[in-house]
Structures are given as structure tokens and as C-alpha cells.
Design a protein around this ligand. Structure first.
Ligand code: BG6
Length: 499
């Protein structure tokens, strides 16, 4: 009897687990991805592992999912599936080979030139084959994991070949197009690119990727702020002194010298990831938690930013820095007299009345001492100074930090009485880490969110066209100002600016 009860309880637990694993967030309509540049770096490091993780977790299933890889290298379907298996098993040799094989069978391959329209006809045939297999018309998603110079031509070819045209039924909806950053090089090129995209596709089909918006901690900022009443009432200029965002990496350009040299740190991560992190941190509550509601408020924040680094007289402006690490010019693909910055520190202000006078420090660098990415909110010093003498350097100020790297989490610095007979105060930390109490694979990678939300057609995590425009407008005056400014240097692996 007891055994039967245990068995029943175990079965219930397993069924519940399987349901959670496969049904709750499982896509139950056919989807076909066409990934341009499937043999490139991004696909190898991020897209294939993320698709695998979605598959392994049951969010996408073989009956409803396929990928057509498109690149220049020549592979047969079978050779390409072998390539996919190799990448996944190299990343994690403990994977179940049979499951990996099943997954690899979702892949087809087309070799060709992105610029040549005739190859798009072959892809279309492949898509039809998949529709026949699914016995219905799948949702089509094109992912551009290629160098930006190909974008325009690929947009045109996708459009003129009708690659994303899908059956007009409710499930498959409109075909979608996913575009990686960099989105343009400045206000004008971004506007041109968007004009082109907008003339060929509808805005609801276009998913511009900023993978930082998809990071678990960044997504959580809004939940954290608006679900915990102890913070939101303090979230303004009356209680917050400044906000600091730092994205530091302890490695250099990592083989991407040729790309990076024409871009620099400000365009690479400042114009997009860091501004989006700041916008998410200070934006007002959306009227509703929908893509439109959130994107509208994010845009309002982005539109309110202005860099203070070009205003020479301000105290903050004097602290703005643009620097390059020693040895950068010897990196492969980098020009010998390069003036590209690999580090920047800038200040931004917001014209929103609730943030008047609050300073936002944004900083990022390659080849720094350590890898760390965080958003730190510095609260004002305690106004009741009896316990916390004004002469103390900290003034009992609290900080709240959203940690993104190396580990995702949140911490709060607070002050408490030192044990014993004195009234002195000590700083302490309340710390939450996602990985504690959770298996790491339970936290989806940002690219899993990017792929999954694109399948679901939810644009919340993707910046709209106006957001991209606003982002470029924040940094445009700075880029111009920097043309005449000297470039400092710093030692590789250090945070110390030399000159
Ligand atoms: C990319 C930049 O967008 O973001 C890279 O091009 C940078 O230079 C990367 O290293 C950082 O992303 P993550 O997710 O590794 O912190």
C-alpha cells in the first residue's frame, strides 16, 4: 500500500515536471529559421548553443522546428548536421549523443552568396520542403548573423524573393527578420538603414537585437522596481545621488580587431547596451506591461539623455575619458596609427524632471583588470547625521547593485551598529545570486530569450526604430567632440589611465 502511494506520488511529480518542462513555454506551431552566416562566430558561440538549450529544455520541439543554415562554405545537409553535433559536444561532452543527433536533424543547409539573388530561390525551395513536412505553413524567421555591410543587400533579396511570405493564417502570422547590432554607424547611416528596412517590411516584423535587454538581470529590473514597494518610492532625484554603469572586460578585441577598429568602445557597447541599461533603470512605469507600453517608456528615457562630456566647463566633463590600451595597435586587423578608443568614461544627464541633477556615469573598457558588469544606484547620504557624522566619507549612503557579470544577482549595501559598546557603524551586504538555489542551466542565456521571443513575436526585448535613433542622438555630439580630443592610454589588464 505504502509502496503504491509512493509510486503514485513519484509519477505525479514526474508528470508535473515533464509538463513544466515541455508544455508551459513550449512552442506548438511550426517555425522555420533561416540563419544567414550560420558558420560564423556568432552562430557557433551563441545561436547553436542557445537553440540547443531551448530544444533540450522542451521550449522548442522537433515536430515544429527547423533551421535552414545559409553560408558560403560548402556542406551537404548531413555534413552540416555533423558540424552542429561537433560544436555542441565540444561545448559539453556530457550531452546525450542520441538527443544531440535528433536535434541536428532539424537542420538543413544551403551554400551560397548572400548578395546573389538566385540562391534565395534555393532557400525558398527548402522552406517549402519544411512546410510540406509540417503539413502547414510555418512562421518564417530570418536571422542576419553576418557583417553589417551585407545588411541592405540581404534585406532586398529577402524581400524580392518573397522568402518571408507566409500563409496568411493566424498561427504563422507575418515572417520576421532579426538584425544584429551594429545598426548603422551614426545617426544618418542608422536612419538610412531603417528607411530601407521600413520600405520592405512592417515594423512588427523587424526585431533589432540588443542582447543586453534580454539578460535575466536586466529584464528583472522592471519587476524588481515595480513589484517591491520598498524601492520605487525612492526611485528619483530626492533620494538617488547618482547611477553608475560599468561594463569591463579582462580581454582585448579577441580576434575581432578588423571589425572593432572601425567602431570603438562607445559605438560597440555604449550606444546600445549601456544606454539601454540606463533607460531600463530610470524609465517611468509603463501604463501596461506590454511591448508597446515598455518600449514607449524606454524611448522616453532615451530621448531625455544628453551627454555632458562636450560641455567643457562642467566638473563632470573634465572627468570624461577616452583611452586605448597599450598594444592595441599591434592586434590583428587594427591599423598601426589607430585612434579608436577601447575604453570610455562619460557622464550623461536626463531632462526628465524626476531625474534633474542626478549624474549618470557610464564606463566601459576592453583589456581591463577584471570582467565585471553592473548597474549601481547610489542613494543620498543620510540626512539624519547624528549616527553618521558628516565628516565620514561614506555618509551612510546605501547602494543597490544589479550584477550582470561575472554572476547575475542583486546586492544592497546598508549600515548597522558595530557589536559592542560603541555606536559606530559598519557596512554590510544583502546579497542575492541567481545561481544560488538554482541550476545554472535553468537561467536562459540572453540569446535564448532573443530567439524565443522572436518565435513568439514579442518585441519587448527588442529596441524599436525610434529607440535606435535616440541612442545615436545621445552619442553623436560626443563622437564629434572626440574627433578633436586627445586619446589617453592604459596598460593592458589594468584600470589605470596613464596619460
Ligand atoms: C557585444 C560587443 O555586443 O557585447 C562585444 O560587440 C562585447 O565587444 C559583448 O564583448 C559583451 O556581451 P556579453 O554578453 O558577453 O557581456
Amino acid at each position: 500500500m505504502y509502496q503504491n502511494i509512493c509510486y503514485f506520488a513519484l509519477m505525479c511529480a514526474i508528470i508535473e515536471y515533464m509538463e513544466q518542462k515541455t508544455s508551459h513555454y513550449s512552442i506548438k506551431y511550426p517555425v522555420t529559421f533561416v540563419i544567414f552566416g550560420i558558420t560564423g562566430d556568432l552562430a557557433r558561440k551563441k545561436l547553436l548553443p542557445s537553440l540547443w538549450d531551448l530544444y533540450h529544455r522542451g521550449n522548442i520541439v522537433k515536430e515544429y522546428f527547423s533551421v535552414i543554415g545559409f553560408s558560403r562554405s560548402s556542406y551537404t545537409n548531413e555534413q552540416f548536421r555533423e558540424y552542429v553535433r561537433k560544436i555542441l559536444l565540444q561545448r559539453d561532452p556530457s550531452l546525450d549523443e542520441a538527443e544531440v543527433k535528433n536535434f541536428s536533424e532539424c537542420f538543413l543547409y544551403e551554400a551560397g552568396d548572400f548578395l546573389e539573388k538566385s540562391f534565395y530561390e534555393n532557400i525558398k525551395l527548402c522552406i517549402r520542403q519544411r512546410d510540406t513536412f509540417f503539413k502547414t505553413c510555418a512562421t518564417k524567421i530570418a536571422y542576419l548573423a553576418v557583417a553589417p555591410e551585407y545588411y541592405e543587400k540581404i534585406f532586398e533579396n529577402i524581400h524580392s524573393s518573397g522568402l518571408l511570405i507566409t500563409c496568411a493564417n493566424e498561427v504563422s502570422g507575418l515572417g520576421r527578420i532579426l538584425v544584429e547590432k551594429p545598426f548603422g554607424k551614426d545617426v544618418e547611416t542608422a536612419r538610412e538603414l531603417d528607411k530601407k528596412l521600413g520600405s520592405l517590411f512592417k515594423e512588427e516584423q523587424i526585431f533589432r537585437i540588443d542582447h543586453y535587454l534580454a539578460k535575466e538581470t536586466i529584464q528583472n529590473i522592471l519587476n524588481f522596481r515595480f513589484a517591491n514597494h520598498i524601492f520605487e518610492p525612492l526611485w528619483n532625484k530626492n533620494h538617488i545621488e547618482s547611477i553608475e554603469i560599468r561594463l569591463a572586460e579582462n580581454f582585448g578585441v579577441d580576434g575581432r580587431g578588423a571589425f572593432y577598429d572601425g567602431v570603438g568602445a562607445l559605438r560597440d557597447v555604449g550606444q546600445n547596451h549601456i544606454l539601454q541599461m540606463l533607460a531600463t533603470t530610470i524609465m517611468q512605469s509603463p501604463l501596461e506591461f506590454s511591448a508597446e507600453g515598455i518600449r514607449t517608456k524606454r524611448l522616453e528615457a532615451l530621448d531625455s539623455f544628453e551627454s555632458v562630456c562636450a560641455e567643457k566647463k562642467t566638473k563632470e566633463c573634465k572627468q570624461c575619458i577616452r583611452a586605448q590600451y597599450e598594444g592595441y595597435r599591434e592586434e590583428e586587423g587594427v591599423t598601426k596609427d589607430s585612434k579608436t578608443e577601447t575604453y570610455f568614461k562619460i557622464y550623461v544627464k536626463s531632462s526628465l524632471s524626476q531625474w534633474e541633477g542626478v549624474s549618470f556615469l557610464l564606463e566601459s573598457g576592453k583589456a581591463m583588470e577584471k570582467t565585471e558588469t553592473f548597474i549601481r544606484v547610489h542613494f543620498k547620504q543620510a540626512s539624519f547625521a547624528l549616527l553618521c557624522p558628516l565628516q565620514s566619507s561614506h555618509g551612510c549612503a546605501n547602494t543597490l547593485t544589479f550584477h550582470i557579470k561575472p554572476e547575475e544577482g542583486i546586492s544592497i549595501l546598508f549600515w548597522a551598529k558595530k557589536p559592542g559598546f560603541s555606536r559606530d557603524l559598519d557596512p554590510h551586504n544583502l546579497h542575492f545570486q541567481y545561481k544560488e538555489g538554482m541550476e545554472t542551466h535553468c537561467i536562459p542565456d540572453a540569446y535564448e530569450y532573443v530567439l524565443f521571443e522572436a518565435i513568439r513575436g514579442d518585441q519587448t526585448l527588442f529596441p524599436g526604430t525610434e529607440e535606435i535613433r535616440a541612442q545615436w542622438e545621445v552619442i553623436a555630439p560626443l563622437l564629434k567632440h572626440w574627433e578633436k580630443e586627445p586619446l589617453s592610454t592604459y596598460k593592458k589588464g589594468s584600470n589605470e589611465i596613464i596619460e
